[in-house]
Design a protein around this ligand. Sequence first.
Ligand code: BEZ
Length: 218
Amino acid sequence: MSLRINDIAPNFKAKTTHGEIDFHNWIGDSYAILFSHPKDFTPVCTTELGYMAKIEEEFTKRNTKLIGLSIDPVENHSGWAKDIEETQGHPVKYPMIGDTDLAVAKLYNMLPAGEVASDGRTAATNATVRSVFIVGPDKKIKLTMTYPMTTGRNFNEILRALDSIQLTAKHKVATPVNWNHGEDVIIAGSVSDEDAKTMFPEGWKAPKPYLRIVKHPK
Ligand code: BEZ
């Protein structure tokens, strides 16, 4: 069964470029982004991992750790990291899991249909799709996303969604379409107008009773 938002992210131990980790211990009190890519030394993956290296600082500012995964061994990841820095201009400092026995890929449904079901396939003939999991400090899954192998992801969207997830964890609001940090938000439907008066004393705009727009909470 596939993992759903609010499920506990399954724990695992794995070899990474930073040594062996226990996933939950490694997350600690942070948020985490676990993202898989199909294969080392491939072009789209090279651009994706290079971009994550470039914007890692933005995740760090948001108390969020990054961890990549593919079914290739950690030795390959380390060799490939040199190419990523050379071609993308940013060193990969976050750990990369070498999931050679497909244990994590299976646990998180990161293998495409058809490949996981066929017995006798080896790690060399399997490749993970482009999955993303945002996991909270409570170890619950906050967001999942899956892209096909041939489509590079927009990691700015993951950062944008993380901002929304962290804001809505603190305040009783939701974020509208294409929202970005700092922009107006929507008062959660669970909040009565009576309670909203206390929570948002500066008031709100309500083009409809169910659409109550307020400034970004401080
Ligand atoms: C790539 O990263 O370029 C890639 C990897 C696997 C399949 C297709 C593209």
